[in-house]
Design a protein. Structure first.
Length: 76
């Protein structure tokens, strides 16, 4: 899956989710909220990958992919 396809898939999934606001009323995420959540999740994945005990080459490839996903999310 390309980074662009992954970004679109993640955004679609977040937009379909519900959350509870302070008044306990459920509502769908709006577009900007969903993008911000995705960016937080991708950054968290990058930090997690950095902590893994794997070869630097594999780590680099994994981080590079996540950074591409992050850039595609920002473009959406």
């Amino acid at each position: 899956m390309t980074a662009k396809e992954k970004a679109k898939e993640l955004l679609k999934r977040f937009l379909g989710m519900k959350k509870i606001n302070p008044e306990s009323i459920t509502r769908p995420y709006n577009y900007q909220e969903a993008k911000q959540c995705l960016l937080i999740c991708v950054q968290d994945k990058i930090e997690f990958i950095k902590e893994l005990q794997i070869s630097d080459l594999i780590k680099y490839d994994l981080i590079e992919y996540q950074e591409e996903v992050q850039q595609e999310i920002e473009k959406l």
